[in-house]
Design a protein around this ligand. Structure first.
Ligand code: M6R
Length: 604
């Protein structure tokens, strides 16, 4: 998740920008950059990796007197993490930093290229600065050129732009991505993509609204809204706690991470979907040569993603899969065959057991792929191929958005392989791609749903155990729901295939046994319903999650009526995550740092 800072004033701008970026490190990034404009012109520095690298590169640079500056930390989505792809992006006389996605960038890029503009990065952002300069060349005032540029771009953005044509101004715009403007009594002005970057530097801020844009200099701020009406400036005071600022108004990182799933899933999809094709630039033409089957190896939540994948891969790609707990696999003398593609899945890329199985597979000469959220992690460095999940940094120990993005990647990969193996035709793939595009909207948390889950949660604080049950991909989701609850509530919970309850666990059924029943309309509804009825008949307490009303349930959480089971999967995922979190909060537990657990398990 990228971070943005901006500064206009007379203090040393480099330090202010880099300090601001440091406060945004919690969002995760793989490169950083700053551009500072003084009378003498621009000074720009970019570096891969941590901010210390940027500091080293700019050691000998200092500003004297007035300057304007913009800075950025980049979490690669569009184009690899390289210095060229790092922001700020350069035109002939201007620089831009941007968070979000310019959806129509390809069309704009083609247009500009045919006009003779040369692009040097693979990012969507670069079109912003070239488009601005294109209009500027047509003899428009800088602000008019900025407005013209804004009228052409589509998607989500927070933008800061500086140009030598107006050396004392910063142009800004916000739509869909966060941006805050701050001032202090020394006439300094600041921008940040979160409070955290501004705390300690200014006291009063404006949280820009979607559609807001304008420019500022040392004296004035001109702010317009989406209807192009000049706005009266209404400042609010800035919070003082950095930690709570990093949580961006949420009570816990886990809550923030649940809420941002729709955003990060969009990042996971970006550049990887055309109308009829899945695009993985990370994979080459030889990727599937000689491969007959796939083994997944992982732990915890990542194991549940793998299990979900096995249903999708066999259904769509018609390829045999096996799913292994890495901690078991590494000690059971497994038979390894070079026709097996070995896929490890890991949020951190550092989990000791999973890493060890990757080494075993490599030593045995297997082709390896890692699906990971952390670039340059040990697994990414070791595997033959990497697909990044792009969830942004995940702080809550209980994984949420990493799971969501892993499943999205795996679903896309199953379709990618299906197309290579011709197990689905173009029409069928196009249909799935349409559904994939709907996933972000299905993971938006609405207030009503959250409030309902909050109210329900008070009935689930005791009992002698929880069973999360589901069929097909809803079985791994049931496992994941149970794991979430265990981790942060310390209540006993199991995930079980619905159809297996009658083979033993149903003996536990009584009113103190809580069953969270996943009842999708689009996947084995009648079968699952019968299984839940069997439990209901034995007086188990049932909380059903379904688009279809279910009168045998004690509690019912309704999800929307869709035409595809994977859309139901993602909506239910949000419900089980929120339910676990609300139960944990009511029990007074530390949601983000549950007892006995660590975020990255680097011991066996
Ligand atoms: O970083 P990894 O995905 O390899 O981590 C694997 C597990 O340790 C992890 O998923 C763990 O189960 C989480 N705490 C689940 O919320």
């Amino acid at each position: 998740m990228c971070g943005i800072v901006g500064y206009i004033g007379r203090q040393p701008a480099k330090k202010i920008l880099i300090d601001g970026l440091r406060e945004l490190e919690y969002r995760g990034y793989d490169s950083a950059g700053i551009a500072i404009l003084q009378d003498s012109g621009f000074s720009t520095f970019k570096a891969l990796g941590k901010l210390i690298n940027l500091e080293k590169k700019s050691t000998s640079f200092e500003t004297k007197g007035f300057s304007v500056g913009i800075g950025h930390t980049r979490w690669a989505t569009h184009g690899k993490p390289t210095e060229l792809n790092a922001h700020p992006h350069m035109g002939e006389n201007s620089y831009v930093v941007h968070n979000g996605i310019i959806e129509n960038y390809q069309e704009l890029k083609n247009e500009l290229q045919s006009d003779g503009v040369t692009f040097i990065s693979q990012t969507d952002t670069e079109v912003i600065v070239h488009l601005f300069e294109h209009y500027l060349k047509n003899a428009l005032e800088a602000f008019d050129a900025f407005k013209m540029m804004l009228s052409r771009i589509e998607g989500a953005f927070a933008i800061l732009l500086v140009t030598t044509t107006k050396k004392n101004q910063i142009f800004f715009a916000k739509s869909g991505s966060p941006m805050i403007l701050g001032i202090n009594s020394e006439d300094e002005k600041f921008f940040g993509s979160s409070d955290a970057a501004l705390i300690g530097k200014c006291e009063n801020v404006i949280y820009l609204e979607d559609g807001d844009y304008g420019y500022l200099d040392e004296k004035d701020i001109l702010l317009y809204n989406k209807d192009d009406k000049r706005q009266h400036l209404t400042f609010t005071s800035l919070p003082t706690s950095k930690l709570s600022a990093q949580k961006e108004g949420f009570r816990f990182f886990m809550e923030k991470e649940i809420y941002e799933q729709h955003d990060v899933i969009s990042d996971t999809l970006i550049g990887r979907l055309s109308d009829e094709k899945i695009i993985f630039d990370e994979l080459d033409d030889n990727f599937l040569d000689g491969i007959n089957d796939i083994t997944f190896s992982s732990c915890g939540t990542s194991y549940h993603s793998a299990l979900t994948a096995s249903y999708l891969f066999e259904r769509y790609a018609k390829i045999k899969t096996s799913v292994e707990f890495a901690s078991e696999f590494r000690y059971r003398s497994p038979l390894l065959n070079s026709s097996t593609l070995f896929v490890v899945i890991s949020q951190s890329g550092e989990t000791a057991d999973t890493l060890e199985t990757l080494k075993m597979a490599k030593d045995a000469g297997l082709k390896t792929l890692v699906i990971c959220n952390v670039d340059n992690s040990s697994m990414v460095r070791l595997a033959d191929y990497t697909i990044l999940a792009r969830a942004g940094i995940e702080k809550g120990v209980a994984s949420t958005k990493a799971f969501a993005t892993q499943v999205v990647v795996l679903w896309m990969l199953s379709l990618y392989i299906a197309s290579k193996r011709k197990s689905l035709d173009t029409k069928e793939i196009a249909k799935e791609i349409k559904i994939l595009r709907e996933v972000p909207s299905k993971t938006i948390v609405n207030d009503e749903l959250h409030e309902r889950i909050h109210r329900l949660s008070k009935r689930y604080l005791h009992g002698h155990g929880f069973f999360f049950i589901g069929r097909d991909v809803f079985f791994p989701l049931a496992l994941e729901g149970a794991l979430k609850l265990k981790e942060i509530s310390y209540l006993h919970a199991e995930g079980y295939p619905s159809g297996e309850m009658k083979h033993g666990p149903i003996a536990l059924a009584d009113p103190e046994l809580f069953t969270i029943a996943l009842l999708p309309k689009n996947m084995l509804y009648d079968k699952s319903k019968s299984n839940v009825e069997e439990l209901s008949a034995r007086d188990a307490t049932i909380c059903a999650i379904s688009p279809v009303n279910f009168d045998k349930a004690d509690d019912f959480i309704q999800i929307s009526n869709t035409q595809h089971y994977m859309l139901e999967f993602f909506e239910m995922m949000v419900v089980v995550q929120l339910l676990s979190m609300e139960i944990s909060i009511r029990l007074g537990n530390d949601v983000d740092m549950p007892r006995n657990l660590a975020k990255s398990v680097t011991v066996e």
